[in-house]
Design a binder for this molecule. Structure first.
Ligand SMILES: [Zn+2]
Length: 409
C-alpha cells in the first residue's frame, strides 16, 4: 500500500484528462485508464501535464489539486532551477493518442515566428477563442511520437523523384507535373492551396470516383496515397472535396512499427493517419492547418512557415541501456525528452531524476520506491517526479513505462 511519510516527497500520483475529439477511437483509452465509455464517446487523447486547458490532477499531502497550481507554488523545487528559469512552467505536454480517423495536415511555427504571430494577432484584436486565430501562445511546438503498434502518418515532402512518380502515375494530377518540374515544391503546393473550392472539386472528383470502389473492396495498400485519399473522401462529400487530398500525393507516407519514433520540428508538414501512439511536445497550441479538416486554413500564413524541401524521414529506434531497461529517443528539442522503460523481474530501473519527470505505465504493474516510500503503479496510472529524486522501479511481471523529462543540455 502507499505510504506518505515524507513531507518533501519526490513522487506523486497524477491523473490526466481525456480529450473527446471526433477522430478518436472508442475503447483503447477507456481501457487504459479504466474509464467506462457508456455514452459511446470518441476518446482521442489523454493528456498528462500542466496545460491550462486541461491540467492533470496531482495527489499531494494536502489533497488533490491542479498540477499547474501545484507547480506554481514552488517552481524551483518542483521543476528544478534550470527549467524554472528557462521555461517558467512545465515545458512539455505528454499524451496518449488513439487515431481512428485522419487528423488535419499541419505545420508548427518556430519559436521566433510564434512570438511575432502571437503579438500581431493580439494587435489586430483577434480573440484567442476566434476560429480564425492562428497563434494561441508565443511558443513553438516540436513533437516526438513513439508508435504503440502499427502507426501511419504523413511526414514532410517526398523527395523530388517520388513526387514526379506520383504526379506522372496519377492521370488526374498529370497537369501539375510541369508546375513541379519548372517551379518546384513551393509553387506546386501554393497552386493547389490557392485553387477555389470549385476548382478542387472539378480536379479531384474524377480521381476520387476512380479510387473509391477499389478502396471499398480492400484493393488498395496503405502505403499508396490512393488509400488515404479515398479514406479522406469518406468523411466528406463531393461538393466540398478536401484539398488536403493533393498533399497525400506530395508527402511521405510513413508506417512505424511498435517502439519506433519520429520527430517533427517546425516547418515540417505532417498528419497522423491511423494508429495509437505516445506523443511528447512543447507546451503550445500553435497549429497552422493545411487540409483534411473543416477548421480554419490560413494559406498565406501556412506558406510562410512550411519548409519547401524534401524530407528524408529519420525513424528513431532509440538508444537503449540494457541494465536499466530504458530506451531514449533523442531529438534536438530542448523542451522535452521521451523514453520507454521496459522491465521484467530481473531488470530493475534505478534512476536519479535530473529534471522534472512524468511516468506513465502502459502495461503490467510496478512499484516505484523512493527511500522507504512505495508507490504502486497499475496500467494507465502515472506519477509526477520532482528533480533530483532517487528512485527505483521494480516489477513481478513485465512492464512498459513511458517517461517524459527535460534533457540535460
Ligand atoms: Zn503536429
Amino acid at each position: 500500500m502507499e505510504t506518505r511519510t515524507h513531507i518533501n516527497s519526490g513522487i506523486y500520483k497524477i491523473k490526466g484528462k481525456v480529450q473527446n475529439y471526433d477522430w478518436g477511437g472508442k475503447s483503447f483509452i477507456p481501457n487504459l485508464i479504466k474509464k467506462k465509455n457508456s455514452t459511446d464517446n470518441n476518446f482521442a487523447e489523454y493528456w498528462l501535464g500542466a496545460h491550462a486547458k486541461a491540467p492533470s490532477i496531482i495527489d499531494t499531502e494536502k489533497g488533490s489539486m491542479n498540477l499547474d497550481l501545484f507547480l506554481n507554488e514552488n517552481p524551483t523545487e518542483n521543476l528544478g532551477l534550470k527549467v524554472a528559469n528557462s521555461f517558467k512552467k512545465l515545458p512539455f505536454l505528454f499524451k496518449v493518442l488513439d487515431v481512428h480517423k485522419m487528423l488535419s495536415i499541419q505545420v508548427h511555427p518556430t519559436k521566433e515566428a510564434a512570438k511575432i504571430g502571437f503579438e500581431l494577432e493580439n494587435e489586430k484584436g483577434i480573440l484567442l477563442t476566434d476560429s480564425n486565430r492562428n497563434y494561441k501562445d508565443k511558443n513553438h511546438k516540436p513533437e516526438v511520437m513513439v508508435a504503440l503498434g502499427d502507426f501511419w502518418l504523413l511526414h514532410g515532402f517526398l523527395e523530388r523523384s517520388k513526387i514526379i512518380k506520383n504526379l506522372s502515375e496519377t492521370k488526374e494530377l498529370n497537369f501539375l507535373l510541369p508546375v513541379f518540374l519548372e517551379e518546384g515544391y513551393l509553387e506546386l503546393y501554393k497552386k493547389v492551396m490557392q485553387f477555389t473550392q470549385e476548382e478542387v472539386n472539378v480536379i479531384l472528383k474524377p480521381l476520387v470516383k476512380r479510387i473509391l470502389p477499389k478502396f471499398l473492396n480492400d484493393g488498395i495498400e496503405k502505403s499508396s496515397p490512393e488509400y488515404w485519399a479515398a479514406k479522406a473522401i469518406q468523411n466528406n462529400n463531393f461538393d466540398t472535396i478536401d484539398r488536403g487530398i493533393f498533399s497525400i500525393y506530395f508527402f511521405n507516407i510513413l508506417n512505424l512499427s511498435k517502439g519506433e519514433a519520429i520527430f517533427q520540428d517546425a516547418g515540417v508538414p505532417h498528419a497522423y493517419l491511423e494508429g495509437k501512439n505516445i506523443e511528447l511536445m512543447a507546451n503550445s497550441d500553435n497549429v497552422l492547418r493545411g487540409g483534411l479538416t473543416t477548421k480554419h486554413i490560413d494559406v498565406d500564413e501556412l506558406l510562410k512557415h512550411t519548409k519547401f524541401e524534401e524530407t528524408i524521414p529519420k525513424i528513431l529506434k532509440g538508444t537503449s541501456s540494457k541494465d536499466n531497461g530504458e530506451t531514449v529517443y533523442k531529438t534536438t528539442a530542448d523542451d522535452f525528452e521521451l523514453s520507454k522503460i521496459d522491465l521484467e523481474k530481473t531488470v530493475k530501473h534505478n534512476s536519479i531524476s535530473n529534471s522534472v519527470e512524468i511516468l506513465l505505465l502502459l502495461k503490467g504493474s510496478a512499484t516505484v520506491t523512493q527511500n522507504d516510500e512505495i508507490t504502486h503503479l497499475e496500467k494507465g496510472q502515472s506519477v509526477f517526479i520532482r528533480p533530483n529524486t532517487a528512485y527505483k522501479i521494480e516489477t513481478e511481471t513485465t512492464v512498459e513505462i513511458y517517461k517524459a523529462s527535460v534533457p540535460e543540455s
